[in-house]
Design a protein around this ligand. Structure first.
Ligand code: BES
Ligand code: MN
Ligand code: ZN
Length: 516
């Protein structure tokens, strides 16, 4: 996994690192300082308040000023970051503020920095939770995928100004959080650390190219999560054949790489017998489109067509590492969609595990074939309380919702509203889309039961209608994250191509609605 930031918690009176950050709240158009920051201010002959006045800095959220070599303070650089009016700040606001702080600090090319998190209980949140949320934001913002950056090659590479190709020389490595109760805060950070680890794993998986991350390699990474306490089974191509997963297997026929399904189980509820909640992910390690091949421009992005599977895998890691009080299963369908003499052709009819036959009119509408079988298997085997699938399923969802929203389809209003609630709390945006009989008509087959193509209109909705054909009475939600899992807009807590979108959302959903 990518290098993570070291986060340490020390007391407010500990010495500051050469670069230090203090947080100022905004109170009626004026900067409000915490006790500790106030003490720094007095000690340095009001350097902070004088600088704030000179710069018209009032502590608006994410605004900042920088004081160099403030007299009588031990740091060389003091950054004051505004938190806005802190009383009604939510958890995410603190996480996002942590990210913004990391952005300011990394702009200064320093290896380690202090963040003075002398925060008081506010908005019903404990001080240690606020400090731990800030630390999560710092951790998430500092992620970068550096694995393939080297210092190799001729010396002239560096001299010619190409040195920036190599590993970021002075990336932030360590953050020291100064807080009121370091022990309690470090404890509160444990759950956040599990979230950061899940998001980091999901980002790494999405960023990894398909020559090094095929179905087998992905399955091995899932298997490795046994270290975190998950039970993991890998179904190989023979096992999938035996189960009758003809839809999923038809997608991988053109690939030299065999298909896999990984089954990850976390039994954290008091009784092992409680029915689990289930998460299913589309894991197309690369989507060329198959025989219905995609245009060349931008095809490289299809290494991220396993964003749903990455999210499920990251989430399962988080649940295990924070020992969530829930029974959950995560199943991912891992295939590669390639054109070849053995590949599925347009017009082929395949038989799914549910025995419904599918006319493959376009081999580029492959994700729904994978989900069809994995969803069917999940319901048959686990009889879950509910199932949520995640898939980079359609370009159409981006046409409908843009790059910051994922589309939510659900056959159950309570499930939808719980997901929307978690979405609000984590700022991972969801928008509910329709499931309707009018879309069902559009995917009726002519020679088979259904076809994998709905025609020109409502592409994300006909894809969801297709998946619905493989859901029995189980409460089900489908999340189309084609726009948000990869090449996402940059935010205060993410600058990576593979965003790890959905891990925080689903972790919140589990914590708030299924761990009681
Ligand atoms: N993986 C793609 C969807 C996608 C496109 C994800 C762009 C992320 C970025 C999916 O398999 C696909 O090719 N969908 C087709 C469906 C069509 C053939 C019905 C699409 O959206 O064009
Ligand atoms: Mn496709
Ligand atoms: Zn795809």
């Amino acid at each position: 996994m990518s290098q993570q930031l070291d986060v340490e918690f020390v007391s407010l009176s500990d010495d500051l690192e050469p670069t230090a950050v203090v947080i100022g709240a905004e109170a009626k158009d004026a900067l409000a300082l915490s006790d500790t920051a106030d003490a720094f201010n007095s000690k340095s002959s009001n350097a902070i308040s004088r600088a704030a006045r000179a710069a018209d800095f009032t502590g608006k959220a994410k605004s900042w000023i920088e004081l160099l070599a403030p007299s009588k303070l031990k740091c060389q650089r003091l950054i004051v970051v505004g938190a806005g009016p802190a009383d009604n700040a939510k958890t995410t606001d603190w996480v996002l503020l942590g990210g913004a702080i990391a952005g300011r600090v990394t702009a200064r090319k320093t290896k380690s920095a202090s963040v003075v998190a002398d925060v008081v209980e506010t908005g019903g949140k404990k001080a240690e939770d606020i400090a731990a949320d800030l630390a999560l934001g710092l951790q998430l913002r500092c992620y970068s995928f550096e694995k393939y950056k080297t210092d190799a090659g001729p010396k002239s590479k560096k001299e010619s100004g190409n040195a920036k190709d190599s590993k970021t020389a002075k990336a932030l490595e360590r953050i020291v959080i100064h807080c009121d109760n370091p022990k309690k805060t470090a404890k509160a950070y444990e759950d956040r650390r599990a979230i950061a680890n899940g998001v980091t794993l999901a980002r790494d998986l999405v960023n990894e190219p398909a020559n090094t991350l095929g179905p087998v390699e992905f399955a091995n990474i899932a298997k490795d999560l046994e270290k975190s306490g998950l039970e993991v089974e890998i179904l190989d191509d023979e096992a999938l054949e035996e189960l009758g997963m003809g839809a999923l297997l038809s997608v991988g026929l053109g690939s030299a790489k065999p298909s896999r399904v990984a089954v990850m189980q976390w039994n954290g509820a008091k009784s092992k017998r409680t029915k689990p909640i289930a998460f299913v992910g589309k894991g197309v390690v690369f989507d060329t489109g198959g025989i219905s091949i995609k245009p060349a421009a931008g095809m490289e992005g299809m290494k991220g067509d396993m964003g749903g599977a990455a999210c499920v895998t990251g989430l399962m890691r988080t649940l295990a590492e924070r020992k969530a009080n829930v029974n959950a299963v995560g199943l991912i369908g891992l295939v590669e969609n390639m054109p070849d003499g053995k590949a599925t052709r347009p017009g082929d009819i395949v038989t799914s595990m549910s025995k419904q036959t599918i006319e493959v009119l376009n081999t580029d509408a492959e994700g729904r074939l994978v989900l069809a079988d994995v969803l069917w298997y999940t319901q048959q085997r686990f009889k879950p309380k509910l199932v949520i699938d995640l898939a980079t399923l359609t370009g159409a969802i981006m046409i409908a919702l843009g790059k910051d929203f994922a589309g939510l389809f659900a056959n159950d209003d309570r499930l939808a509203s719980n997901l929307l609630d978690a979405s609000k709390k984590t700022d991972e945006k969801l928008w509910r889309m329709p499931l309707d009989a009018s879309f069902d008509k559009m995917i009726k087959g002519s020679t088979g039961d259904i076809k994998n193509l709905g025609g020109r209109w409502g592409g994300a909705c006909t894809a969801a209608a297709f998946i619905k054909r493989f859901i029995d009475d189980t409460p089900w939600a489908h999340i189309d994250l084609a726009g948000t899992a990869m090449d996402a807009s940059s935010t205060d807590i993410n600058r990576s191509w593979g965003s790890g979108w959905g891990v925080r959302l689903l972790d919140r959903f589990v914590a708030d609605h299924h761990e009681k």
